[in-house]
Design a protein around this ligand. Structure first.
Ligand code: RIB
Length: 303
């Protein structure tokens, strides 16, 4: 468990899952059975993955989320604690199972993911608000992703803005409350598909990713950082020309969690005082590294 220091803290608000990961040569079609060689249990969930990435990047990290009172909940917390993520704000929910993701990874390193949301659905807006109200300081950073209820997402963004803390909103998936959150000017970190979807939903052009991102950024009045997988990152800041951050040359094993690694390292570097372009470049390198290994962040560790 991390110690309280004067250093800025990254508060991650998001989902915690156990991932069951199977490698196969190809994805099954509907109704088809495809046999892979083994199933592995990994730590997962977009919030938890990003929290671990931020902690590995050297940040003080507090995770706000929920797990069940079950064996998977114990495993998830032990794994996060062993990665120096402070889990004291993670709620144990009686009657809900810990979130579970079934992940199939094919030979190209692409994935198909199905999530049973479980206890992640119990992350409540008023709890998030209460925690942040009591703890958040202006030089901290809030990182929130959207596999949890929309009111919890909004509470996180709203409180970050009220304190003057940096807020990174990863709209994965781009739920309705993301549009409501625009009023609080979070830094958005969509992937290309999410960026297009958000632009279209507010009536902006989505004819190409550069236009969608630029217009979205001018609309929200805050930076939009688009993660584009093998095509690098597009950084848009209001009133500036977009900057393309080049991809790195890597051997792709598994793309699962690359966006989470990006977000965790991005938030850690912003909290540490990096300028946004430097933070995005560091995050781009971390995401590239993450696709060279299997699983979102590695096998479960319990000590
Ligand atoms: O982004 C990857 C994550 O999405 C996985 O770890 C899985 O748990 C799902 O939440």
């Amino acid at each position: 468990m991390h110690e309280t220091t004067c250093r800025p803290t990254v508060y991650v608000v998001g989902a915690i899952n156990i991932d069951i990961v199977i490698k196969t040569s190809r994805f099954p079609s509907p109704g088809e059975t495809v046999v892979g060689d083994r199933a592995e249990h990994h730590g997962g969930g977009k919030g938890a993955n990003a929290a671990v990435a931020a902690a590995r990047a050297g940040a003080n990290v507090v995770l706000i989320g929920a797990v069940g009172v079950d064996a998977n909940g114990e495993l998830a917390l032990a794994d996060l604690n062993s990665c120096n993520v402070d889990t004291r704000r993670v709620r144990r929910c009686d009657g809900a199972s810990t979130g579970l993701a079934m992940i199939v990874v094919d030979d190209a390193g692409e994935n198909q993911i199905t999530v049973g949301v479980g206890a992640n659905a119990e992350v409540a807006g008023d709890t998030v608000a209460q925690i942040l109200q009591g703890e958040l300081r202006p030089n901290d950073c809030v990182l929130v992703s959207t596999e949890i209820p929309g009111d919890a997402v909004l509470a996180a963004v709203e409180h970050a803005e009220s304190v003057g803390a940096t807020c990174v909103l990863n709209p994965a998936p781009p739920v309705d409350e993301v549009l409501d959150a625009f009023a609080y000017k979070p830094i958005l970190t969509p992937n290309a598909g999410e960026c297009r979807q958000l632009a279209m939903r507010i009536g902006l052009s989505a004819r190409d990713i550069r236009t969608a991102a630029t217009e979205l950024c001018e609309y929200t009045g805050a930076p939009v950082v688009v993660t584009m997988g093998g095509e690098g990152v597009l950084l848009c800041e209001p009133g500036k020309s977009p900057v393309h951050i080049e991809p790195l040359d890597v051997s792709v094993v598994d793309t699962t969690g690359a966006g989470d690694s990006f977000n965790g390292v991005f938030a850690a570097r912003l909290a540490d005082g990096d300028a946004i372009d430097a933070a995005a470049s560091a995050a781009n390198r971390a995401a590239a590294k993450s696709v060279e290994v299997f699983g979102a962040r590695g096998l479960l560790r319990t000590s």
